[in-house]
Unconditional design. Structure first.
Length: 205
């Protein structure tokens, strides 16, 4: 039944999975560049993101990331709730990850011990991860970014509109991204082969 419903909606997961995870709950500020992804504004002033666009962008981002060698993908997550899902995503697909503090010069200073030359960067929040965003932009590395209603998408090549602050929302997005990248790479044939759960990706409180 669940698969039927998914197909009917044409989403990667049933709509209520996105909704109960709060993927669509944005911030009280919106940037001009995120306007196209905003579905409505709630009475409490929170901007609500359009999950159909989140879903479409997730697919696009997964296909985009799958084109690069896994070891050359750099995932960055400064925010507490983004660290565990980012680590798990990186671990599962074989990418590099910087969870927590991003050392300035990581992508630009070859003398640093943690120096790395990624082919593509994935930032969990363009604002919180702005140092990584800046360095990737400087060296011409394409950027995939999880963008909330208030984020600027100027330097983000593939923006995934999502709540990038919520624990459950981040777990859901990274879980889906992991599954879709593995599918795009042909490492798993279908959703059933992907055994981790959203809970596995969720940061501890």
């Amino acid at each position: 039944m669940e698969m039927e419903q998914q197909r009917a909606e044409g989403l990667l997961v049933p709509e209520e999975v996105y909704l109960t995870s709060g993927v669509h709950i944005g911030t009280q500020q919106k940037s001009a560049s995120m306007k196209p992804f905003i579905y409505k504004v709630r009475t409490d002033g929170l901007y609500v993101l359009d999950i159909k666009q989140t879903d479409t962008r997730l697919r696009a981002a997964a296909k985009f990331l799958a084109r690069y060698p896994a070891g050359r993908i750099l995932v960055v997550a400064a925010r507490q709730y983004g660290q565990k899902p980012a680590r798990l995503f990186a671990q599962t697909i074989g990418a590099q990850v910087i969870a927590g503090r991003f050392v300035p010069g990581t992508m630009t200073n070859p003398n640093l011990m943690q120096y790395t030359e990624p082919a593509v960067a994935l930032v969990t929040d363009p604002a919180a991860d702005q140092q990584a965003l800046r360095e990737a932009t400087n060296i011409g590395v394409p950027i995939v970014g999880l963008c909330d209603a208030n984020n600027e998408t100027k330097f983000v090549d593939v923006a995934i509109p999502t709540n990038n602050k919520g624990r459950r929302a981040l777990a859901t997005i990274y879980w889906l991204l992991t599954r879709e990248v593995l599918k795009a790479r042909g490492q798993i044939k279908d959703d059933e082969e992907f055994t981790p759960t959203i809970e596995d990706f969720e940061a501890q409180l």
